[in-house]
Design a protein around this ligand. Structure first.
Ligand code: HEC
Length: 197
């Protein structure tokens, strides 16, 4: 025999345990037989996963092999990019890509603010490579080889006065390029980052 209160606690604990076991069984069941169960979809092959797994981190993790330079980048840029971004990366139909500002200023929120460009707003050169590789040219993304992406990236960095004209760009040095705008960003310390590493 137990008091009414203890019985209540025991029953509650027992019910919680039963629910938890049922939930675990269900999760295992769903993971094991999802395709069979619903009769839709198919398990992605390693090749299919690899085709989507193209994210590049700021520190350069994920950068592909290949190499490019300013000279080849200029030729490619004029053929594939200038149409929308202007011959010098400014004054085109779409986003202005070239421009620098003194590093202490942050005028972007003000009315009539200068346009954000690679030189005045992008904190990592690796992100520029990643962005161009996955999205540009706008009407035909994915059509550039990795070496061509290194070349147009080099040309845009050169136009923004970030690298010298003779730098050969590759996975070895792209992450080491210090972008002038990196000082405009601060790490987000509101998160418990130890939980998500
Ligand atoms: C048909 C027009 C078109 C062509 C060609 C084109 N772009 Fe773009 N580009 C755009 C548009 C539109 C955007 C803005 C996209 C958005 O905000 O979602 C953009 C954005 C960008 C940005 C980001 C700008 C920023 O600071 O937000 C970069 C970098 C860029 N393009 C590089 C290139 C390169 C390199 C090429 C050539 C390989 C290229 N683009 C070709 C239309 C084009």
């Amino acid at each position: 025999m137990c008091s009414a209160f203890l019985c209540f606690i025991k029953r509650t604990v027992l019910a919680a345990m039963v629910c938890w076991m049922l939930l675990l069984t269900e999760v295992q069941f769903v993971l094991a037989d999802e395709n069979e169960r619903w009769g839709i979809g198919q398990t992605a092959t390693p090749e299919e996963i690899q085709a989507w797994d193209i994210a590049i981190r700021p520190d350069g993790k994920g950068l592909p092999p290949g190499t490019g330079n300013v000279e080849e980048g200029k030729t490619l840029y004029l053929q594939r990019c200038a149409l929308c971004h202007g011959a010098e990366g400014k004054g085109g139909l779409n986003d202005k890509l070239v421009g620098r500002l003194p590093s202490g200023e942050f005028p972007f929120a003000e009315p009539g603010a200068p346009k954000k460009t690679i030189g005045n707003y992008w904190p990592y050169a690796t992100t520029l490579f990643d962005y161009i590789r996955r999205t540009m040219p706008y009407q035909n993304p994915g059509s550039l080889t990795d070496s061509e992406v290194y070349s147009v990236t080099a040309y845009l960095l050169y136009l923004n006065e970030i690298i010298a004209a003779d730098l050969q760009l590759s996975a070895n040095n792209l992450a080491t390029i210090k972008m002038p705008a990196v000082v405009r960003f601060v790490p987000d310390d509101r998160l418990q980052t130890s939980n998500v590493r």
